[in-house]
Design a protein around this ligand. Structure first.
Ligand code: BJW
Ligand code: ZN
Length: 250
């Protein structure tokens, strides 16, 4: 493993050559990719960690939807409001350019903030859903939240009259099976895998870089802090995504 420091971001010749020659590139992102846009991360002191005294593992859980759907909506409405003026940063924009640079490019995100799409990424595999959508707890109908912002909470499903919940994947819930299946297939087929801004502790998302590594991909992590994945990476670049990714793209 090669470890580099962020003071002066230096990219190894090996990685430069791999980026130049790669055809199948896979990127997994987490909350850290949006940190420079002002979106709080979850762990390591991030401001999403606690809400009204409840740790996010409690409020963002399947159990809380059962127990107090109103509180869940308050939490997600608060976060949606705080995304109002947030813009994509150079990390999102570099990743968006990569879809046209590499022949076969896959972007998988754990983020629910929609900033990859806002930066121009056309196909984003969203493992944990999207904060801008609601989903009916009875019939699974989905609806964009901008159409429902003036509605009561929980919003009422137009199809069946059931209560709606945020269309995000909470602790203890299954990821969308088709999205995860495609993500795992692409991870298994890539040559170069970047893991950007994730603590890599939430499963099954954290499995994807391992799938890529096992299938022979060159694994590169971009994160100012080490993670459980770092030791398994061919290279870790200890820096901020919005600073490192544009350098990789130069
Ligand atoms: C920067 C930076 C900069 C800062 N540049 N970097 C196997 C083993 C153990 C447990 C489990 C297991 N399999 C499943 C589980 C249970 C659980 C789990 O993984 N728990 C672990 C925490 C132990 N997983 C689940 O429950 C999942 N479901 C599931 O597995 O279903 C099957 C099942 C069902 C029933 C019972 C058991 C299993 C679902 C997980 C859904 C996660 N949902 C959340 C909340 C979404 C809604 C919301 O937003 O509120 O998703 S949790 C939260 O964590 C959110 C994130 O997407 C996810 C990952 O966090 P992320 O992105 O890594 O952020 P941080 O904050 O952790 O890290 C930020 C990183 O950025 C840090 O490393 C910084 O250093 C770095 N950084 N600035 C680059 N500028
Ligand atoms: Zn419904």
């Amino acid at each position: 493993m090669t470890k580099q420091t962020a003071d002066s971001i230096s990219i190894s010749d090996e990685l430069r050559a791999r980026i130049r020659n790669a055809r199948r590139v896979f990127v997994l992102t987490g909350a850290g990719v949006s940190a420079e846009s002002g979106v709080p991360t979850f762990r390591g002191g991030g401001a999403s960690a606690v809400w009204k005294g409840l740790p996010f593992e409690v409020i963002s859980s399947a159990e809380m939807v059962e127990r107090d759907l109103g509180a869940v909506w308050e939490w997600f409405d608060y976060r949606l409001d705080s995304l109002g003026h947030v813009e994509p940063n150079p990390a999102h924009r570099t990743i968006a350019r990569w879809q046209d640079r590499f022949e076969d490019f896959t972007l998988v995100t754990q983020n629910i903030d929609g900033l990859h799409a806002a930066a121009g990424s056309r196909e984003v595999l969203e493992l944990h859903g999207n904060i801008r959508r609601a989903r009916c707890v009875k019939c699974e109908a989905r609806e964009a939240l901008d159409k429902m912002n003036a509605e009561p909470r929980p919003p009422v499903c137009r199809a069946c009259g059931g209560a709606m919940r945020p269309d995000v994947v909470l602790f203890g819930e299954l990821l969308p099976a088709d999205v995860f299946r495609v993500a795992a297939e692409r991870a298994a087929a890539c040559e170069l895998c970047f893991v950007v801004g994730t603590s890599a502790i939430v499963y099954p998302a954290a499995q994807l870089p391992l799938v890529a590594r096992r299938a022979g991909a060159y694994l590169v992590e971009i994160n100012p802090e080490p993670t459980p994945l770092s030791e398994l990476c061919h290279e870790t670049i200890a820096g901020r995504a919005g600073e490192v990714l544009p350098v990789l793209d130069a």
